[in-house]
Design a protein around this ligand. Sequence first.
Ligand code: GAR
Length: 203
Amino acid sequence: MLKLAVLISGGGSNLKALIEATEQPGFPARIVCVGADTEAPGLAHATAAGIPTFVVRPRDYGSRDEWGQVFAAAIQEHGVGTGPEPGLVVSAGLMRILPGGFVREFSPHLINTHPALLPLYPGAHAVRDALAAGATETGVTVHIIDEGVDTGPVLRQARVDIAPGEPEDELHERIKQLERPLLVETVREIATGALQLEGTAAA
Ligand code: GAR
């Protein structure tokens, strides 16, 4: 059974999809903790499901690296990234760049979901950037996190057509409707071994 640590910053609809999937009998992974960099509303999904949560705020630390060390240690306390089974860290709406030390601690067992077809539109405003570029399509990417910003090896993608004049929030919601099952299925494939992370990371 693959142990998951899920990291969020916001509403946590991807987290909720992962909780619902991992509660199904036979799903080959379970969530052992949910971490956030702020008092994210989505933490309530974890609490309702009886999953331990923690918040580690960057502003409480002197540097990003120090924050990353404390964040990593909080995950490891739950048995992810320690011992013979590496587990998997899932960044599902964590709106913060993870420092290099954190990435090296878990790599390549560290994935992110991003609302664009990477390498297009990396960063914090992927949906807005796709609209601003006049794109007619965008999508979602699940990828291994490396030390760059949304530059790690792509695992799975799904495409969405952009409707003319479509508002950002509506487009993002349509992306999320594809994103949630894509993330769940990617985690399932990693847990069963159908998708290998070792040797995939470019780093
Ligand atoms: C998701 O669409 C995720 O891809 C995006 O934040 C949203 C979180 O939604 N992440 C990024 O943009 C990271 N650069 P949720 O809180 O409802 O799961």
